[in-house]
Write a protein that binds this ligand. Structure first.
Ligand code: CAO
Length: 440
């Protein structure tokens, strides 16, 4: 029997996605639940599994297409009859209910930790909203987070065009009510709008001068482009350069590497900079703030979350390490190794990408002497790190070889003055040279 495979609902308020990869080809014999395409939305990339097994006889979509929910993806010649399918559906529903129960018991969910593993992937966790109207944990595909809300509340959010996973629940265990949805709608309406693009200029026909190829922009590329344009247009940025003598701290790093490895992490300069940046943010609270021009106020944050730029095959991702000031260097190293790996495997949760106050961008593993990073929207500073090298430094009347680390601090001049920027970076350099200064 020939059967058309259509794009299922990906998430609340998501009506389409960008087709980043087709994972099968015409003639392939696939199994039920085998991934057939990869779809990217604003927040994540999701593999779409085939609801049935069989032979692919036709593929109707192409890489780069924007595919809408309900659109036919491909046709499959399947031997499974309707009876079989019904049986499969029932089994799936039972499995989903079990999965939800399992998920409820995962404590880390509340803390926003990633609970993904082979068992509870996006598809196995999805529960049809029509199952029942009692409080139950639903999964938002796009955001990879569990949302405690009844189907009627979800429906209400959907009707208002809101993403339920962004609504803060005030009920027991964070359960979301209609009132929470209304409060969120109010916030959305009142929130300052991101500056609109002035419009994109047409590019010339480059094929006039030679052969060209076209490649659609991936979702991550598009988001990076829009977010950097937003930052460039709205934040007047200044860059302060500095150089830290890390000779002693490098000795400490090499000496302590093994102990950290035993704990499951890699002690690198980025982990050390996370630790020291948290101290700097405490010392200079302006750098841990945001500028709210609409209300003419500065938002000082009493928590220290730091984003780390991670270079992945798909592009730049910036996961956030939470409460950096409360964690040991070993904990930070373990966490950093974990998030960098998950970023590269595209396994980060949406929560892990949010709430950063400051960012570190370390390009030193690749090379280069200096660069000027762009401040992330809603933050006021970013620390750029280039490759450390052994340089002759004039000390006590002679040149001695020292390990020098180039740093660049880009900051938002609306809040931070040049003197503030210089003080921050000089402090960072001093502390990198003599970390025990932080004991004082
Ligand atoms: N100077 C010299 N060597 C450095 C260094 C520096 N500043 N930073 C890292 N290294 C070394 C590490 O010590 C490691 O060496 P070994 O393998 O010999 O131990 C090697 O480079 C690779 O480091 P790493 O990448 O494994 O680890 P990290 O914690 O330093 O960095 C991460 C993690 C995620 C920041 C990094 O992998 C990465 O993705 N960097 C790119 C960030 C980026 O794209 N920024 C641009 C964003 S736009 O502003």
């Amino acid at each position: 029997m020939k059967q058309e495979i259509k794009l299922p609902e990906i998430a609340d308020n998501v009506v389409s996605g960008f087709l980043s990869r087709i994972l099968v080809k015409v003639g392939d014999v696939i199994e039920k639940d085998q991934s057939i395409i990869e779809i990217e939305t604003d927040k994540a990339a999701t593999d779409i599994p085939s609801p049935i097994g069989g032979k692919i006889i036709d593929i109707k979509v192409h890489t780069g297409d924007e595919v809408r929910v309900g659109e036919t993806l491909m046709t499959i010649e399947s031997e499974e009859n309707e009876k079989n399918e019904k049986k499969v559906k029932n089994e799936k529903n039972e499995k989903n209910v079990k999965n939800v129960e399992n998920v409820k018991s995962v404590k880390s969910v509340k803390n926003g930790e990633n609970w993904e593993n082979g068992e509870n992937d996006l598809n196995s966790l999805y529960v049809s909203p029509v199952l029942h109207d009692s409080p139950v944990l639903y999964v938002s595909h796009s955001l990879h987070v569990l949302v405690p809300a009844s189907p009627s509340v979800r429906r209400f959010a959907r009707e208002l065009g809101l993403d339920i996973s962004r609504v803060k629940g005030t009920g027991v265990g964070g359960r979301i009510s209609d009132d929470d949805v209304k409060a969120h709608a109010k916030e959305v309406i009142q929130a300052p709008k991101i500056a609109e693009f002035a419009g994109y200029a047409e590019v010339p026909d480059f094929s006039k001068w030679g052969p060209v190829d076209f490649q659609p922009m991936s979702r991550i590329r598009t988001i990076t482009a829009e977010s950097t344009v937003n930052s460039w247009q709205t934040i007047p940025q200044v860059v302060q350069f500095g150089k830290a003598d890390i000779t002693e701290i490098e000795k400490f790093r090499l000496m302590s590497k093994e102990a950290v490895e035993k704990a499951g992490g890699k002690l690198t300069m980025t982990a050390i900079l996370l630790k020291l940046s948290a101290m700097a943010l405490k010392q200079f609270p302006k750098f841990n703030a945001s500028v709210d021009m609409k209300n003419k106020q500065i938002v000082y944050k009493n928590y220290i979350n730091i984003g780390v730029a991670v270079d992945t095959e798909q592009g730049l991702l910036v996961p956030v390490v939470q409460d950096v000031d409360k964690k040991s260097l070993t904990q930070l190293s373990v966490e950093l190794s974990g998030i960098a790996e998950r970023a590269r495997k595209r396994k980060l949760t949406s929560e892990e990408m949010q709430g950063g106050n400051f960012t570190i961008s370390n390009l030193g593993g690749i090379g280069g002497t200096s660069f000027t990073p762009i401040v992330y929207p809603n933050q006021v500073a970013i620390l750029g790190v280039s490759k450390s090298t052994i340089e002759p430094v004039y000390m006590d009347g002679q040149f001695v070889p020292r390990n020098m680390l180039p740093l660049s601090l880009s900051y938002d001049h609306r809040l931070i003055d040049g003197a503030d920027g210089a003080r921050f970076l000089v402090w960072m350099c001093k502390v990198l040279e003599q970390p025990f200064l932080t004991w004082l």
